[in-house]
Design a protein around this ligand. Structure first.
Ligand code: GUN
Length: 304
């Protein structure tokens, strides 16, 4: 029965619907860019700073830059060796802050260990912080004020909203307390709005009785980076499961030498769910759209 639902049409296909939604949002953004151009205005310009040669980070940043180009934004990629000093990186941030051509920028994480991540994030002009990592944006988000919301949580909220997934009154369990996903996700799901209005439990590496908690979830959002740790026995029948984890697991039989795994054991969990996002092809596509939406907002705010 499950397979029939999955493959009946692209809209129902578990592996297609996030792509279709991301495509729709990108089309909308592309049209907005056309309108800006027609009105003689500047198109949004996103810059990305990539430090070192981490394979996954390179892939993510390449995808962000490619998406910008496809929808008509300008993009700039600044690459630096992993040996860059903190001062040098802070100078790049300072230059981007004062560069009138740049509407928004991101510094891809993780950074090499010798660099204090928070010093870099705090140096970013909040008005150009399209990652929504700066304390000003985090604070405004917590207060329910207009803010840049970090791309993955923003993408997940879009996923819920545009799929008309009702959240009000539900119990949402978030696994993971990172600043990038888990923590902002827990705030957004508990805000007085739709989507939102959930009772939220935030679980992490020190949570005892994890299974007891996950079994209470109407909506389970998993962002731990632990491949396939959520198994069928941990999920309630009919739950909505959003898998944010994406880990390269070595596999000699794979062409690239690795396979991508989510935090959820998809094959056994999917049949229990009313909605689930696969890995790859799920939340990842929505993360990029979240960033593109923030960049358009940043550009509009600068030229309002
Ligand atoms: N590393 C993993 N996710 C992200 C993200 O959304 N933004 C940045 N800058 N780095 C990341």
């Amino acid at each position: 029965m499950y397979l029939k639902v999955v493959f009946k049409s692209p809209e129902n296909c578990i592996f297609c619907r996030q792509f279709l939604l991301a495509k729709t949002i990108k089309e909308e953004l592309k049209q907005e860019v056309e309108q800006l151009k027609a009105a003689g205005k500047k198109v949004p310009h996103l810059a990305a700073v990539l430090v070192g040669d981490d394979g996954a980070s390179q892939t993510y940043v390449a995808s962000k830059v490619r998406s910008c180009e496809r929808i008509g934004y300008e993009s700039t990629l600044i690459r630096r060796d992993a040996k860059i000093t903190e001062e040098e990186l802070l100078q790049i941030v300072k230059d981007l802050n004062s560069d009138d051509a740049i509407d928004g920028f991101i510094v891809q994480l993780p950074l090499p260990k010798h660099i204090h991540v928070n010093r870099v994030i705090e140096a970013i002009d909040p008005a150009k912080d399209v990652d929504g990592f700066h304390p000003v944006n985090v604070g405004r988000m917590v207060m329910g004020l207009p803010a840049f919301i970090s791309a993955t949580p923003f993408g997940i909220m879009q996923l819920l909203e545009r799929n008309h997934i009702s959240t009000s009154g539900k119990h949402c369990v978030v696994l993971g307390r990172s600043n990038i996903v888990g923590r902002p996700m827990s705030v957004l799901m508990s805000r007085n709005a739709e989507p939102g209005n959930c009772t939220v439990t935030l679980c992490h590496s020190r949570t005892s009785n994890l299974k007891e908690e996950t079994l209470r979830a109407d909506i389970l959002i998993v962002a731990l980076g632990r491949p396939e740790m959520v198994t069928a026995d941990m999920v309630k029948e009919g739950a909505i499961v959003i898998d944010v984890g994406i880990t390269r697991v070595p596999d000699k039989s794979a062409e690239k030498g690795y396979v991508l795994k989510g935090d959820v054991k998809f094959d056994e969990v999917a049949p229990k769910c009313s909605y689930i996002t696969p890995v790859p092809g799920g939340v990842g596509a929505m993360t990029v759209t979240g960033l593109l939406m923030n960049t358009l907002q940043a550009a509009k705010a600068r030229y309002a």
